[in-house]
Ligand binder design. Structure first.
Ligand code: SF4
Length: 243
């Protein structure tokens, strides 16, 4: 029996990227392989998962963790899937659980329900393990932080994603330097310059400051020198005050 730790399950709107505003069921999994300085997501693993049955109610049921894939699938089926765009598998970094997802996602796809993966784009081998059951990939490109860079992993990940609908999100803040943005832009251009790329101004956190509007517009123009579709989209769920 495959078991999986889950942080929470809820219904809301997608708050980031080109699919902003679509209705999704969110399956949030714990743990992450990165420690981004602007992280706003709980990554701990708790002894119970929280389940919000009534969207936006902030009323939660608590279910023992980890949960079997069979029981988890039953919880997901209890939502009326017909009204949703997709199941957003998010984290943390959900690809840390690729072996378990390889058991869950074929069941989800068996219901004819699309799967939307939100990932930091640094784990290409685990991606390949679940790729047959993924429809949309929202991949981050992480600009360097704490002396760490992720360019090679990101490029390999993006190449493996090309069979799916993939788009890239880059969180930008005031202290980002043009040299790093250039590396991100050129990486995407090498793989496929038509990939939709979203510059997401930072929601201020941990002393990091959002970029000036003039910076963002300059960076967008800079990306558009080599890429076809570059959008500036902030986090809208924060603005709306929903999960
Ligand atoms: S990859 Fe996402 S979940 Fe992980 S530390 Fe960075 S922002 Fe947080």
């Amino acid at each position: 029996m495959t078991v999986l730790p889950v942080t929470e399950i809820f219904s809301s709107i997608q708050g980031e990227g080109p699919y902003v505003g679509v209705r999704q069921i969110f399956l949030r999994l714990p743990r992450c392989n990165l420690t981004c300085p602007y992280c706003d997501t709980p990554t701990e693993s708790f002894p119970s998962l929280r389940l919000e049955r009534m969207p936006g109610s902030q009323v939660f049921d608590f279910v023992d963790n980890p949960i079997s894939v069979e029981a988890l699938f039953t919880l997901l089926q209890a939502f009326d899937l017909s009204g949703y765009h997709s199941l957003s598998v998010t984290g943390g970094e959900p690809l840390l659980w690729a072996a378990e997802l390889a058991d869950l996602l074929p069941r989800v796809k068996g219901e004819g329900f699309p799967v939307y993966l939100e990932t930091n784009g640094t784990l290409p081998e685990p991606l390949s393990r679940i790729l047959p059951w993924v429809d949309f990939i929202s991949m981050d490109i992480k600009l360097p932080f704490g002396g760490q860079t992720f360019w090679a992993k990101h490029e390999e990940f993006l190449r493996r994603s090309l069979d799916k609908e993939v788009f890239v999100k880059i969180v930008v803040h005031k202290e980002n330097i043009l040299e790093d943005l250039e590396k991100a832009r050129d990486l995407i251009a090498r793989v496929d310059p038509t990939i939709t790329t979203v510059l997401q101004p930072l929601t201020e956190k941990n002393g990091l400051i959002a970029p000036e509007p003039s910076q963002v517009l300059m960076w967008q123009a800079y990306f558009l020198d080599k890429l076809k579709d570059v959008r500036v989209i902030p986090q809208t769920h924060v603005f709306l005050g929903v999960c």
